[in-house]
Design a protein around this ligand. Sequence first.
Ligand code: TNX
Length: 483
Amino acid sequence: MLPLIPWPTEVTATDAPAVVVPAVRVDAPDPALARLVAEQVEAAGVPVSDDVTDARAVTVTLRLDPAAGSAGAETDERYTLRVADGEILATAAAPVGLLHAARTLRQLVVPGTDGAAAAVPAVVVHDAPRYAWRGLSLDVVRHWFGPEDLRAVVDLAASFKLRVLHLHLTDDQGWRIEIPSRPELEKASDNQVGGGSAGYLTVEDYTALQDYAAQRYVTIVPEFDMPGHVNAATHVYGALTSDGVATDAYDGIEVGFSRLWFDNPATEPFLRDVIGDLARTTRGPWVHVGGDEVLTMEREEFARFVELAQRIVREHGKTPIFWQEGSRGPVEPGTLLQYWEPKGEEFDRFVAAADAGARFIMSPGNHAYLDMKYTPEHPLGLEWAGHVELRDSYDWEPTTVIDGLPTSSVEGVSAAIWTETLTTRDELFSMLLPRLGAVAEVAWTAAERKDWESFAARTAASAPAWRASGWAFHPTPQVAWPE
Ligand code: TNX
C-alpha cells in the first residue's frame, strides 16, 4: 500500500527492490526548485548532500520533458516519477509538475527504523489532475492567523498538490489586509470573535506570503466580502452607513446584519479603492468579491453591487469570483461562482448563470466545509451544514451537486474553513486534517479511480509524515490509525 494522497492517475509498483536512500543529491533544472525538492526529501527524514562525490547519496533527477505524464493529459501539471535500479527520476512538462513529483516522492519515502536508512519503493507513477482549480478557502477574520500560520497552511495545501489558497480577509469582526489608499482600515484589525487582540497583513506581509506560495505553485486569492459582512469597514467609515454614524465593533458570530448602500455616494469610491489596491497587490489572476449572506437588501440593489464589483475587478484585469449568491446579479462569461450552500430552490438560477458563461467552484458545505464538526460531540466547529466526517468529505462528486449544471461548467473544487471556533494553529489543522486530503483527492483523482477503503488506509499511513511536519490531525475512528 503506497500512502499517496491524492491518488495518481496510474501507479505501477514493480517487483524491483526498493531504492535505499541513506542520503540524496538533487539534480534539478534550477536552484530554487532544487531547494524545494530538497526540503521535501529532508522533511521525510532523508539528508540531502551537495557533495557530488558522496558515494551514499542517491541522485534525484528532475528533468523537463514535454512527453512526461499520463497519456493524453494536456495540463502543465502532468508528471512521471520512476523509482528503480538505484535511481529516482522525475520528468514533467513544466516545473510545477516536477514539484508535484517531489511531493509524491516525499509521500513514498519509508523512514528507516533502528538506524537503518530510509527507502523508496520501486514504482512508476504517471499523473495529472482532474481539475486545475484545487483550492482551500480560509477565514482569517473570525480568528486571526498570521504569516507564520499561513505559510504552514500553504505547506499543507501544497503537500496535497492544491494550487489555490483563498483568504477571506474582511468581515464584520475585522479587516485583515492593508489597503494603502484607505490606511484607516487598520483600526479595524485589532478585533476578532470573542474580542482580544488580532492583526492584519501589511502589503509587505501579503507580498512575502504570495512569494512563498508562488514558489510552491500556490496562488493566493484575496477576498473583500461585500456588500454584506462589512461591519469592520462601517466601524471605521461612518460615511458608509445609512445615517453616517460608525457602527460598533462586533465580536460575535452572527451573520447577515451589516451592509453597504448602493446609492450612498461614499460606496463606489470605497469599492474602487479596496478592489483597486487588492488587484494591484495581488499577482494571481483572481479577486474574490464575496456577495454571500446579504440578508437585508432587495434583490435589485444587490444585483447592482454584483454588476459594479464585477466591472471594477475586470477593469483591473482580474477575474471576479463571488459566492454562489452572485448568480442573483448579472454575471458575465468567465466569472467564477463559489457554490457553498446546498439550496435546491436556487439550482435553476445557478444553471442559468452557467448558461450565461459563469463557472463554478464546488465547496458544498455538507462535504467540503472543514469547519463543520466531525460528529455532534466534536468540541470544535459549527454544524449548520450537518456533521462532516472524513468519509463525507471524500464521497461526493463535483459534477452532480447542482442538478442540471453542465459538467463543463465546473471549474474545480475548494475546501473551506471558517474560524469562528478555531483559535490556534493546532485547532485549525485538526479540522483540516485528515479531511483536506479527502477534498484534494476529489479535486485531483478521476471519479472512477477513487476508493474509500484505499483512501482510509492511505490516510492512516500518512499520520507519521503529518506528525513529522508538526501538523495536528483529528484521529477519526473511521480510520485504523497505526499505534
Ligand atoms: C457561512 S460560507 C458563511 C460564513 C460563515 C460560515 C460558517 C459563506 C459564504 N458564508 O460567513 O463563517 O458559513 O460555516
